[in-house]
Design a protein around this ligand. Structure first.
Ligand SMILES: [Zn+2]
Length: 134
């Protein structure tokens, strides 16, 4: 049994496409149908052009630069990474910012070019993760 009710998240039209794509190993973000501006999460109004509720979910390459990074000294319940581990805020080349953990063995710094990918986390499903650009 999963520790997370993924079915509930998948059924939510505001975030379901994001979670469904993650389970397929893809990272998607909202993209305005009017101007193409991409955001980190679904918004009622596009911050670039003001269009209301008109966004699609579009796949991203996952490539971006580390905007900020911190070290996590406590892990959430059920999480598979042993603290301390890094958590990076990545500004994707497509525009949105995403926050993701850096797996053990990898270290990132502000300005590094990285790729946000997906990985299986036992009991939690497939989540995003930061790794080298390669
Ligand atoms: Zn727009």
């Amino acid at each position: 049994m999963s520790a997370v009710d993924l079915d509930g998240w998948l059924a939510d039209p505001r975030g379901g496409p994001y979670w469904a794509a993650l389970q397929d190993g893809r990272l998607v973000t909202p993209r305005c149908r009017s101007c193409g501006h991409r955001t980190s999460y679904l918004r009622w109004v596009c911050p670039a052009c003001g269009a209301r509720g008109e966004a699609d979910w579009a796949e991203t390459s996952g490539v971006g630069r580390v905007h900020s990074v911190t070290t996590q000294h406590r892990a959430p319940a059920g999480f598979d990474l042993e603290p301390p581990y890094q958590v990076a805020l990545v500004e994707l080349d497509d525009g949105p910012l995403v926050l993701a953990p850096v797996p053990p063995g990898a270290v990132v710094a502000i300005g590094d070019t990285v790729r946000v990918t997906t990985r299986d986390v036992p009991g939690l499903g497939r989540l995003i993760s930061v790794g080298p650009r390669s």
